[in-house]
Write a protein that binds this ligand. Sequence first.
Ligand SMILES: C[S@@+](CC[C@H](N)C(=O)[O-])C[C@H]1O[C@@H](n2cnc3c(N)ncnc32)[C@H](O)[C@@H]1O
Length: 261
Amino acid sequence: MPNEDHEKNRQAWNEMAEVHYKHPGYRVDEFLDGASTLKSIELEEVGDVSGLSLLHLFCQFGLDTLSWARLGASVTGVDISDKSIEYARLLTDKAKLKAQFIRCDVLDLIGKIDDRFDIVFQSYGTHCWTSDLTRWAQVVVHHLKPDGIFYMVDFHPVVSVLEYDEVSYFKKGPYRYSGEPDYCDRTYRIKNQLVEWQHTLADIVNSLIEADLSILSLNEFDKSVDPGHDDWIRKGQYYYPPEGFSRFPLMFSIKARKPKM
Ligand SMILES: C[S@@+](CC[C@H](N)C(=O)[O-])C[C@H]1O[C@@H](n2cnc3c(N)ncnc32)[C@H](O)[C@@H]1O
């Protein structure tokens, strides 16, 4: 039985994919002209992917997936949204790249593909859509080859607590909301309901440890790929709160390894 809350998110992300694909914030035209959408954090922390197989979870319409392909990885992207996967396949053709895209709930992925990967990757806006961290970590470890690397970079779970009155750091939710402005096109109000979950950093890390992954690094960053508020200062690919504002973690990354055998 499909998870009802995830199915609501599927409809909402179908709606949002149409908005995002056409929005300049997603830089689709620049990507088609050869630009990478990957950020320096993941490029440095993941390292050379040339000749490696990479599974991208929560891939949206595949801009990052295809950017890894341009760096020589053999890529597979997974997303729950039908529209996103349609656009990802269109972009693969337009960019004349090779990639496999699968429409699937990440939590249902085991049994949908047989492959095991050198790298499992996810980034920027993923753990909040995951209702079950134990299941998620099982999916990650199942699809890694022995000695394979899991890498995620995402918004720090403390950010939603500071942004939204109703969110508590230690209360998992689900948090349901409707009629919110889209995070990319602030003039567009999302008609479908969205359902998010709040996970502590400890819960995320511990679910990976319980799935038998070894944590290689856990990093926190005082900058964000999200523009935040009007007075935030852009430096290159990242945004910082204004001078004098006390610093708190805006993003985190985790790198972990599956045992050799
Ligand atoms: C903020 S976007 C991730 C953006 C990503 N950094 C990228 O490469 O564009 C979140 C994505 O997660 C997907 N998603 C949400 N819930 C999901 C689920 N249960 N399984 C798979 N994908 C899911 C949405 O469809 C959406 O495309």
